[in-house]
Design a protein around this ligand. Sequence first.
Ligand SMILES: Cc1cc2nc3c(=O)[nH]c(=O)nc-3n(C[C@H](O)[C@H](O)[C@H](O)COP(=O)(O)OP(=O)(O)OC[C@H]3O[C@@H](n4cnc5c(N)ncnc54)[C@H](O)[C@@H]3O)c2cc1C
Length: 382
Amino acid sequence: MISLSQPPRTGDALRAFRSTIRAFVRTEFVPHQDRWREQRFPDPDAWTKAGSVGMLLSDVPTEYGGGGGTFVHETVVVEELAREGVPLHSFIHDNVAHYILAYGSEAQKREWLPRMARGELVGAVAMSEPAAGSDLQGIATTARRDGDQYVINGSKTFITNGWHAGLVCLAVKTDPKATGPKAISLIMVETRDLPGYRVGRPLEKIGMHAQDTCELFFDNVRVPAANLLGPAEGKGSLQIMDKMSYERLAIGVAAVATAERAVAVTTKYVKERNAFGKPLIDFQNTRFKLAECKTEAYIARVFLDDCVERFVAGELDAFSTAMAKYWLTDAECRVVDECLQLHGGYGYLAEYPIARMWTDSRVHRIYAGTNEILKEMIASSL
Ligand SMILES: Cc1cc2nc3c(=O)[nH]c(=O)nc-3n(C[C@H](O)[C@H](O)[C@H](O)COP(=O)(O)OP(=O)(O)OC[C@H]3O[C@@H](n4cnc5c(N)ncnc54)[C@H](O)[C@@H]3O)c2cc1C
């Protein structure tokens, strides 16, 4: 019998890692969720606590302070957070580490990665702007070279981890006259006590309330020219295309874990709730809907596991990652919506886990490339 509660990617060491992360999330994060939601950001020490238990940079080599694992370790972290409904976006923090690992100099790796692994430096990826989301070429933030510094001007919006971010992987135009992908570069910005840098209050969203999503402002911000990522200007678009796969697959992991959780939570609910003198599960519609949801979650799991295996082997292309993110998040939203319906009015109450899953999951179809943009990308491979 298929069990949706035990993902197949196991093995003794991974099982031990999973139980450590599971226990940590339950004792250190779950009890604080209501407060995090009210304040609209996780407690600052959530990051250092996560670092102390090995939850951050689990798939970064140990020589840079990471856990020395693979993306499978990342999936464990993302799954355990999703299972408990904790929307800490550690995978974005970890993705910043992978930008540095892939494109940073040795000095940059030694400077930032160990502090990121300890959670002392929280990572954010800042690309979107008020007038440019899907159309990244339209960004207006600039970085002008001035001696051994860059002078940055502009603003970013919707930036996950923005409130706590100590290290921002920032998409800028280094050559405003250049057109196309070559105009864009990535510059790492250490934000602490940085003159001209400002963070807006966390944005009011319909879900992910415990997650800080902010506007960032840059007013003549000066950073060392050595903070450019990569050997030369104009490499940003290629770097983003490469590392977006990491983020997209991680979102797919969260999507599948959420769909599985929705099925589990709803199955329990319909066995306990009565209508017309019998439990809801005794109605054929309830059983059929849950049977469909369970099947869809299982198909999603098989697809995801295949993608993860190929990603770890370095064999998953960007088109397949786009397929995974689009299809898995669409499936997640279908499953969660059906499961909410089976809760009746209680599914609409914010205190019920299924309601939080419904509002939290919706953004999965929007960020890291909307699912429409991803279909365009997949179609370009036909
Ligand atoms: C909670 C949250 C967290 C986020 N975190 C981050 C972050 O950490 N860093 C970051 O840089 N950004 C982040 N984003 C921004 C997110 O990536 C963008 O919102 C997303 O890329 C879409 O851009 P947009 O909002 O400008 O929509 P638009 O680009 O204006 O798109 C609007 C609609 O038009 C459609 N559309 C646009 N172009 C096409 C096309 N060519 N073909 C078909 N349809 C099209 C889109 O699919 C969408 O449905 C976040 C957003 C949210 C809501």
